[in-house]
Design a protein around this ligand. Sequence first.
Ligand code: NDP
Length: 489
Amino acid sequence: MREFQHYIDGRFEHAERTFESIDPATQTPWARMPRAGADDVDRAVNAAHRALNDPDWAELTATQRGRLLFRLADLLEQAAPELAEMETRDTGKIIRETKSQIGYIAEYYRYYGGLADKLDGRYVSIDKTDTEAYQRREPIGVVAAIVPWNSQLFLSAVKLAPALAAGCTVVLKASEEAPAPLLGFARIVHEAGFPSGVVSILTGFGDDCGRVLTSHPLVARIAFTGGPETARHVVRNSANNLAYTTLELGGKSPVIVFPDADLDSTVNALVAGIFAASGQSCVAGSRLLAHRDILEPLLEQLKTRAQAIRIGSPQSMETEFGPLATQRQREHIQDLITRSLDFGATLITGGKPPEAFAEGFYFEPTILLCDRPDSPCLQEEFFGPVLSVLPFDDEQDAITKANDTPFGLASGIFTRDLASAKRVSARIRAGVVWINTYRMISPLMPFGGYGLSGLGREGGPEAMLDYTRVKSVWIRTSDDPISDPFVMR
Ligand code: NDP
């Protein structure tokens, strides 16, 4: 078993308590992880608070902070093969995906490294005589960053990079499921040369680590990614410190396919949209809204493709589809399928663990056809490889069905009629709309949801502003003495 240490105040440490991390492809423990308790969290937050005002960090120019982020990006790129293997081992995500994703994560550190010294305050033409006024943007303070298990390196980059560029300090909590990649990443943070306490990385459980972190009185900012139920706990925790909180939550993202769409190309996008990462992705295109005229040929093609996907060991470059990350996920998916079938949904393909894989948390790529918009499979998040298909009749019907969800993260539209695509995109209640494509991301574009999909945005310059506070500075420019306020003139 590999032993991991957490990273607090610039030091790697064993924790008093530990837990085992399971390899989802074999269902066997492969690593021992530190289980951070309240004391560890308190030390990490205090270190982050001290570092915030320590000249080693506080007196760096924004350009120097940016350079540290560039260095981090280079080191991350060099370590990508090793980190990809760790992520694959711990999450079951296929090596093809982890290898290509980690290379791109470095771009987030570069983007915010470049933005660090472009964050300007504002000179104000103030409406008072003999007065000048300007606004400064200052780091908001200690950030508590919390990520789920599915893409920890990516989901932490979208928090750490803008926070550090803005001059904040960060305590990052990995998920108890699959924490290894973030502890591997801690080595790179250390090597990059950030002063002690600027970044601490803890692994622990939601209740004794996450709760203590998000309610800590010295935390000024919470950046959370996870499910809506946990988000409610986090918001309640933040009643203690009134930390400014952003939430990136789940989704039930609709993909609308009009009858004039290029079907071959659309099917490729749909397959990638729902079956990449075995569906364990917040932006999974999990609700297919298909125009009734093309429903049959589309379903036929999708079924053929789903059945041909190469399931296998996540470590093999040949594998197209790996196991789910946890047994809990598999049980949740099976239960939601059963409830949807009871509700009248039709199973087109999949719906069970593949017989060829007795070991590992595997689950077949699954397609369900539904005719009731209130079916559980159209309303609840699977966070797994299940595509739920609902037919629609016209543009208005498509929009109504697309918006019939408490979530609002991503969406897709497939058509050759760009005018119609633009009309529909304006009326979809979702933070991201992809037209004739799916799953595009970039550090340059903000990302986030409506409704139960969250609050705030990650990515783009907007995200960095969210790690700052505005300070207003007033200067009297006259040399005349200030008159006595109690003498009437
Ligand atoms: P959870 O909400 O269960 O967990 C997310 C994180 O919160 C974990 O680190 C967890 O720790 C921690 N946590 C748990 N309880 C608390 C608490 N009381 N206080 C503070 N932190 C706590 O999510 P999952 O791990 O199940 O991940 C799946 C969810 O994440 C899905 O809904 C998915 O859609 C969403 N997601 C959203 C994304 C987005 O960008 N919008 C991207 C990826 C996923 P621990 O694991 O130790 O319990």
